[in-house]
Write a protein that binds this ligand. Structure first.
Ligand SMILES: Nc1ncnc2c1ncn2[C@@H]1O[C@H](COP(=O)(O)OP(=O)(O)OP(=O)(O)O)[C@@H](O)[C@H]1O
Ligand SMILES: [Mg+2]
Length: 448
C-alpha cells in the first residue's frame, strides 16, 4: 500500500491533543516527516520556517478555524497542498473547505488506510501543481511572445530575468530579425518599471539633426525667454522608463559623444547650455559588429564600454535548431487562428528537414512571414516540400547536396513524384518517363 514517495513533509493541525498525537503517529508510521500544531497560529509560524508539502487541518478550532488555515496556505504557498478533516460528516464543512482551496477532505472517523489514500491523492495533485508551475517558469522564454527551448535561448531567457532586476545599461546584439527589440521590451516589461514608458528610437534613417533634437530635446535659439520653444527629448520624457536605441551603430560620432554623457544621467538640449538630469534606463541594439567598428574608428570606444554592461547576444535562427519547428508551429497556429482555419496544418517530415537546413538570413522575421504565407495559401492539412518557395528547396547546403550518390538522388526524385501523385504508380511512371516495371525495379532496389 505504501508508495515509495516518502520524502514529503506533512503538517497536522488539530486542537485536540489526543487526535493530534494519533494522527502524528499514524502519519509518521507511514514514513513521512511530520510537524504537528495545536492551533492555526502555531501552524502559520511553522509554515514560515519549514517547507511543508501537505497541511492536514481540523475544521473546528477555537479562534482561527480550519477554513482560514486553508485560505492562508492557498494565498501564500503555491507548492503546498491542503486537506481538511471534519469532525462529523458535515457537508457544509466539506463544501466550504473545497471552496477555500482544499483538494481533499476526510470525515472522522477514518481508518489509516483511508488517511493514506487521501494523502496519496493530495500529494499527487501537488506533484501536478508543481510540474505545472515549473513549466510556467520555464516558459518565461515564452512570455512577451518569446519562444525558445534551445540552449542559446534559455541563456537569453536567464539574461532577461537578471537584467529585469536591475537598471544597468543593456546592449543586445544579433542579426536582423533575431528578436532584439522583443528582448528589450521583455526586459522592460518584466522589471518593476514596467508601468513607465518604453521608448523605441530607430537610429537608422533619421537625419542627425532631427535625431538629436528628438533624443535630447531642443531649445530654439534666440528666443530664450519663451517656454513654448523648448521641447523635451525622449530621454527626459521616458521618466524612469526605458529608452531603446535601435541600431546604435548608425548614430554619428558627434551624437555618440552626447550619448556618452546621457549614460552618466546628464543631457543638454540642442541649442541650450543648461545641464539636465535624466533617470531613464538605456538599452541599445546592434546588428553590426561594434568591436570591428570601434577598431576602424567608426564607433566610439568609450561609448561601447559604457553601454556594454549587460550584453545579450541573440543567436541566429540557424543555430537554434530546436526552436525552428517550435516557432514555425506557433506562427502556423497563430495565422490559422486569425483566418479562422479549422485545423492548424502540420509540417511534413521532409519539410522539417528543409527548414532545418535553410540558412534563414532574415531569421525569425523571415520564418514568421513564410509560415503566415503558407497558412494562408496552402489549403491541405499537411504542408509538403512543394509548398516551400523554390529558393528554399535548392538551399540545401552544398555539402549535403554533393554527398549523395546518383542512386539516392534518383530515389528521392521518385519518392517526390510518388508523393505528388499519392502513390499512384502508373501516374508516377508516366511522369518519370519510365514504364511501371522499371519503376517497380527501382523501388525494389531501395529495399535491398
Ligand atoms: N523567439 C521568438 N519567438 C517568437 N517570435 C519572435 C522571436 N524572436 C523574434 N520574434 C518575432 O520576429 C519578429 C522580429 O523580431 P524583432 O523585431 O524583435 O527583431 P530585431 O532583431 O529587432 O530585428 P531587426 O534587426 O530586423 O530590427 C517580430 O515579429 C518578433 O515578434
Ligand atoms: Mg529591430
Amino acid at each position: 500500500m505504501n508508495k515509495k514517495r516518502k520524502n514529503e513533509t506533512i503538517l497536522v493541525v488539530d486542537d485536540s491533543p489526543d487526535t493530534l498525537e494519533l494522527l502524528h503517529r499514524s502519519i509518521e508510521h507511514m514514513g513521512y516527516k511530520v510537524f504537528s500544531s495545536e492551533s492555526a497560529e502555531e501552524a502559520i509560524e511553522i509554515l514560515k520556517n519549514e517547507h511543508v508539502d501537505l497541511v492536514i487541518t481540523d475544521y473546528h478550532m477555537p479562534f482561527i478555524g480550519g477554513i482560514d488555515v486553508i485560505k492562508h496556505v492557498r494565498e501564500n504557498y503555491k507548492n503546498t497542498e491542503v486537506m481538511m478533516i471534519t469532525g462529523y460528516a458535515s457537508v457544509e464543512g466539506a463544501v466550504e473547505a473545497i471552496k477555500a482551496g482544499a483538494e481533499e477532505y476526510l470525515s472522522k472517523p477514518f481508518t489509516d488506510e483511508e488517511l493514506q489514500q487521501a494523502i496519496d491523492r493530495s500529494l499527487e495533485k501537488l506533484a501536478i501543481r508543481v510540474m505545472k508551475s515549473e513549466q510556467s517558469k520555464k516558459s518565461i522564454s515564452k512570455q512577451y511572445g518569446i519562444i525558445g527551448e534551445s540552449g542559446g535561448m534559455r541563456r537569453v531567457a536567464d539574461s532577461i530575468r537578471k537584467a529585469s532586476e536591475n537598471i544597468l545599461p543593456v546592449l543586445i546584439s544579433g542579426e536582423a530579425g533575431t528578436g532584439k527589440e522583443l528582448v528589450a521590451r521583455a526586459i522592460h516589461y518584466e522589471s518593476n518599471r514596467s508601468g513607465e514608458p518604453f521608448i523605441h528610437i530607430n537610429c537608422r534613417g533619421i537625419p542627425e539633426t532631427i535625431l538629436e533634437g528628438e533624443i535630447f530635446g531642443y531649445k530654439r535659439r534666440g528666443e530664450e525667454s519663451s517656454n513654448g520653444d523648448v521641447k523635451q527629448g525622449f530621454l527626459e520624457m521616458a521618466g524612469e522608463g526605458t529608452v531603446f536605441f535601435d541600431e546604435i551603430s548608425e548614430t554619428s560620432l558627434s551624437t555618440q559623444v552626447k550619448l556618452l554623457r546621457a549614460f552618466s544621467g546628464e543631457i543638454t538640449y540642442v541649442g541650450d547650455n543648461v545641464t539636465r538630469n535624466i533617470k531613464c534606463r538605456i538599452m541599445a541594439s546592434t546588428s553590426r559588429d561594434l568591436i570591428y567598428l570601434v577598431r576602424r574608428g567608426l564607433f566610439r570606444e568609450d561609448l561601447f564600454f559604457r553601454m556594454n554592461v549587460v550584453n545579450i547576444a541573440l543567436p541566429p535562427l540557424r543555430e537554434r535548431e530546436r526552436d525552428i519547428i517550435l516557432i514555425s508551429n506557433m506562427f502556423l497556429a497563430e495565422a490559422s487562428n486569425e483566418i479562422g482555419r479549422a485545423k492548424v496544418p502540420v509540417l511534413d517530415e521532409k519539410v522539417v528537414h528543409y527548414l532545418l537546413e535553410y540558412s534563414w538570413p532574415g531569421n525569425i522575421r523571415e520564418l514568421e512571414r513564410l509560415m503566415r504565407d503558407i497558412a494562408h495559401k496552402v489549403e491541405a492539412d499537411t504542408i509538403e516540400v512543394s509548398d516551400l518557395p523554390s529558393y528554399m528547396r535548392f538551399n540545401i547546403s552544398e555539402e549535403s547536396r554533393l554527398n549523395r550518390t546518383l542512386f539516392e538522388v534518383e530515389l528521392d526524385h521518385i519518392k517526390d513524384v510518388l508523393s505528388k501523385v499519392e502513390g499512384n504508380k502508373t501516374k508516377a511512371a508516366e511522369l518519370l518517363g519510365i514504364d511501371r516495371k522499371t519503376l517497380r525495379e527501382k523501388l525494389k532496389k531501395q529495399t535491398q
